[in-house]
Every structure is written in structure tokens, then in C-alpha cells.
Design a protein around this ligand. Structure first.
Ligand code: NAP
Length: 327
């Protein structure tokens, strides 16, 4: 038996409900590996769960994503060995905010040489999200006009650069002039500040009046109705998050009135439910990193004992790029 420093919650609410505790870690069970975690990824879903908006049992850990080094393998694990560097995005549920953890071996992938643990932790969950969005939910084609909301954020930057690499014209939105600059640096052809009242008109103007084939909307409450207006006839609105709060209720008939639109609300986990698909999608992500279509853009680093500050920074929308948590 060894121990770990891990974030634990017994109640849900503001960032101070996250407590750093020392917990016991048993030897890895059959099918598990024990990781010494070297970098943890922050994802906005961590905020929804900490707030109680996405319910968790209590007490609970938090965090979906981390990179680390295999220190021990359980019975039956033959494809990993001590010393391997690995990353995961959902190793049997939350609990990634920790410096040591046992996880199912089939939920991790080896990090290719040339990609640091920090970059892997910063990118993996977010790039796996961008992967299904550009490949499966709407397969982006050369010449498509694509709108990406929160384009300066973690997923937003990756999604914008990947859609651009696939040959799309990418129009990003973001919450300030500085973030619009970050969105342009991440591959957006045009960036619109969606805190301005006329952001929908600006986006439509940027499309030359043609509107978008697909709008990727992770902001929801503040953007969803505008997203419907930015979408071309027969185009798709992809609602995949709710950073500003849940989207307003709509009558299905509105999709007809706005141009026979398609609306979907997908999630990364069902897209990676079986090991073979997960590993193939991970390879697609690492290939995209090698080609430059996906890049790690780390906006801030926090230590595990500063995780409340990491959440506060995310909720304050104070910086662009991904947040990484270090042990
Ligand atoms: N469906 C899935 O499977 C899946 C998987 C991963 C992530 N997601 C979603 O993708 C989105 C991005 O995730 P991320 O981890 O990369 O986070 P993030 O983009 O780094 O942070 C959220 C972004 O939302 C924008 N935002 C707009 N209104 C906001 C508000 N009221 N409060 C806070 N932020 C607001 C902020 O950008 P501005 O300041 O520029 O507005 C901020 O950059 C999240 O909504 C997340 O839930 C979905």
C-alpha cells in the first residue's frame, strides 16, 4: 500500500469545496496499472461537476485527464510496463486530480516520443473531443465554412486549427479583443467578439452572407439562438457544452423555420466506448499533433494545491489556451 495526494470533495459548490488530502493507493488490481502522475489536464466539465451541475456521488475525486509514468502493472497487463509514459482522458470515471492513481490499462495510451507529459495532459481530452467533432459529428470538408464558439479556449483552439487544416474557412468567436487575437493565432480566418450585441450579424457578414455549414457551440445559453441564425440551410448546429449555462428550450419547428437545420448534442465518451475505437482515435490525435494540425497551447499552469485558483481562472475567463495542473 502506498499513498497519494488527491483532490477530494464531500460537497459541491465554489472552488473551495476541493480539498487536497492524503489517500491510500493499493497495489494495482488485475487489468490495472499504477501511475505516478506528472501532469493533469483541466477541462471545463470539471467545473460543472464541482458545482454539482453534472451530479457526482459524495465523497468523490475530480478530474478526467492526466499523463504519467507506469510504476506497477496488475495481473494480466501485458502491453504496458513500468517506465512507459501514458495519458488518459477517462480512466473509469473522475479522480485524475492526484499525484498517483490506479487506472484500467485499456483506458490509457502510450505517449509518442517527442510529446511531453505536460503537452499530452493539456491536449488529449480536448483533442479527442475535437477529433470526433471534425471527423464524426460533422466531417469537415475543404471549402466548408465553420463557426467555432469560445475559439480561444482549450477545445476551441484545437478545433479551430484542425478544421483549418482540413481546408475549412474558420470563423471563431471569443469574449475579448485579446482572445480574438488568440483565436486568429489558432487558425481562425476571422474572429468575432461575441460580447458585442451584433455578433451574429458580424459572423454572417464574415461568411459573405452564405452562413456556416456547421456551428460548434460549447457556450450554449448565451450563443445557442444566435448559432441557429448563423447556420446555412441544411447545416448543422453541434451543441457540445454549456459554459454559459444550459441552452434555452426550443420548439423543434424552429429548425424548419431557420432552414431545415440539423441539431445534435454529442459527447466524447460514447465516441470512445470500446478500446479499439479509443486507440484508433488517439492515434488520429497523435498523428494530427505530428502534422501540426493539433498543437498544445498551454495558457496557465497551477500546482495541485492551487487547483481552486485554476478553477477560478477558468470561470473568470481570464486567459486563453489550456490549463495544466502539476503535482
Ligand atoms: N461534449 C463533449 O464531449 C465535451 C468534451 C470536452 C469539452 N466539452 C466542452 O467544451 C467546452 C470547452 O472546454 P474546455 O475545457 O476547453 O474549456 P475552455 O474553452 O478553456 O473554457 C470555456 C470557454 O467558454 C467561454 N465562455 C463563454 N461564456 C462563459 C461563461 N459564462 N463562463 C465561463 N466560460 C465561458 C470562455 O471563452 P470566452 O471568454 O472567450 O467567452 C472559455 O474559454 C466546454 O463547454 C466543455 O464543456 C465538451
Amino acid at each position: 500500500m502506498t499513498t497519494a495526494r488527491a483532490i477530494r470533495l464531500t460537497e459541491f459548490g465554489n472552488p473551495d469545496v476541493m480539498r487536497l488530502e492524503t489517500v491510500d493507493v493499493p497495489p494495482p488490481a488485475a487489468g490495472e496499472v499504477q501511475l505516478r502522475q506528472t501532469a493533469m489536464g483541466f477541462n471545463y466539465i470539471d467545473v460543472y461537476q464541482r458545482m454539482g451541475r453534472y451530479p457526482l456521488p459524495s465523497p468523490t475525486g475530480l478530474g478526467f485527464e492526466a499523463a504519467g509514468v507506469v510504476e506497477a502493472v496488475g495481473a494480466g497487463v501485458t502491453d504496458l510496463k513500468p517506465g512507459d509514459r501514458v495519458v488518459y482522458m477517462n480512466a473509469g470515471g473522475v479522480g485524475a486530480y492526484a499525484d498517483r492513481r490506479n487506472v484500467p490499462a485499456d483506458k490509457v495510451v502510450v505517449i509518442p516520443a517527442g510529446i511531453s507529459d505536460e503537452d499530452a495532459a493539456a491536449v488529449f481530452f480536448k483533442a479527442m473531443t475535437a477529433q470526433f467533432l471534425v471527423r464524426k459529428t460533422y466531417a469537415v470538408q475543404p471549402g466548408d465554412i465553420v463557426v467555432v464558439h469560445a475559439a480561444a479556449g482549450g477545445v476551441g483552439q484545437i478545433l479551430s486549427r484542425w478544421a483549418k487544416a482540413l481546408g475549412a474557412t474558420v470563423i471563431g468567436t471569443a469574449g475579448s479583443a485579446a482572445k480574438c487575437e488568440a483565436a486568429r493565432a489558432a487558425g481562425c480566418d476571422v474572429a468575432v467578439d461575441y460580447t458585442q450585441a451584433d455578433w451574429v450579424e458580424q459572423v454572417i457578414a464574415a461568411t459573405g452572407g452564405r452562413k456556416a455549414r456547421v456551428v460548434y457551440d460549447s457556450v450554449a445559453k448565451d450563443t445557442f439562438l444566435g448559432s441557429l441564425d448563423c447556420t446555412a440551410p441544411f447545416g448543422m448546429v453541434v451543441l457540445f457544452g454549456a459554459a454559459s449555462g444550459p441552452a434555452p428550450m426550443i420548439e423543434p419547428e424552429i429548425l424548419n423555420k431557420k432552414g431545415c437545420l440539423f441539431l445534435t448534442r454529442p459527447s466524447v465518451f460514447p465516441h470512445n466506448a470500446d478500446t479499439a475505437t479509443f486507440r484508433a482515435n488517439a492515434k488520429d490525435v497523435f498523428d494530427a499533433m505530428a502534422s501540426g494540425a493539433v498543437r498544445a497551447a498551454i495558457g496557465a499552469r497551477f500546482r495541485l494545491d492551487q487547483v481552486a485558483d485554476a478553477h477560478r481562472a477558468a470561470e473568470a475567463r481570464s486567459q486563453a489556451g489550456a490549463i495544466v495542473i502539476l503535482p
